[in-house]
Design a protein around this ligand. Structure first.
Ligand code: MN
Length: 250
């Protein structure tokens, strides 16, 4: 199973979650929300071949943490994956949208300068701003829009710009989310949880719960759950193979 957007370090007992992933053979992109979390996360996932770690600066933290941008830009040299980054246009963050845009564009620009990265991107309430930035930084690598919630038209633009998508059980619960998933190119979709932020019956989802998205994707695509799983695995292999071509320093 694949959880392509999970905040492992934010669970109460991250080591237990890592051990659970190892036991089940779950592949995880462990995204981080602040550049300063990088070192601690490296220790947490040390030697775990199925877990990839990405340095990030969550858009909701940009107003208070934008001074950490140079640390993020520096970490980009060390990982083929970057995230969580992006822009949030929600009511409380709208006033900081220019600052978020500046930080996101600087991140994309560094990804491009390093020859490309796989980038897990937050675009809630700001899909057009995110797509404008991606269009201006085409060499940034492979954007993976996480929990995309834009319009059909914005989705069409994202597809045209070469974006991938990671979708989870929570997104697919809504009619809007499943309609969007229906339109996504099936060879550019991965599963995710966005846990521990996403909960089910008062408990955070675990990375292996990303497979709850498979049956809903099956209904969206008129495919069996097994067929969806094999498509998602195939997509994951093709994305990680593409990521291998990006060079890193460490
Ligand atoms: Mn997230």
């Amino acid at each position: 199973m694949i959880d392509f957007h999970c905040h492992i370090d934010l669970y109460p007992d991250p080591a237990a979650v890592v051990a659970g992933c190892e036991k089940r053979g779950t592949y995880v992109l462990a995204v981080t929300t602040t550049p300063r979390a990088w070192e601690g996360n490296l220790a947490l996932i040390d030697g775990k071949s199925r877990i990839r770690l990405s340095p990030g600066l969550h858009p909701e933290l940009v107003p208070e943490r934008h001074s950490e941008l140079p640390i993020l830009l520096n970490l980009i040299s060390r990982s083929r994956y970057v995230g969580e980054v992006g822009i949030d246009g929600g009511p409380s963050l709208k006033q900081h949208i220019q600052l978020q845009d500046k930080v996101f564009r600087a991140t994309l620009s560094e990804c491009a300068r390093r020859g490309g990265r796989v980038i897990s991107i937050h675009s809630r309430g700001a899909p057009t701003q995110v797509l404008d930035a991606l269009e201006a930084h085409r060499g940034a690598g492979i954007p993976v829009l996480h929990w995309f919630s834009g319009s059909q038209r914005e989705l069409a633009r994202a597809i045209q710009l070469g974006c991938w998508f990671s979708v989870g059980p929570a997104m697919l619960k809504s009619q809007k989310g499943s309609l969007l998933a229906q339109q996504m190119p099936r060879d550019r979709v991965l599963t995710e949880t966005d846990a521990p932020f996403v909960q089910h019956r008062g408990q955070p989802l675990m990375p292996w719960d990303a497979d709850q998205a498979l049956s809903t994707l099956g209904s969206c695509w008129d495919e069996t759950t097994d067929a969806v799983l094999s498509q998602i695995m195939k997509n994951f292999r093709s994305l990680t193979a593409a990521a291998q071509l990006f060079e890193t320093l460490a």
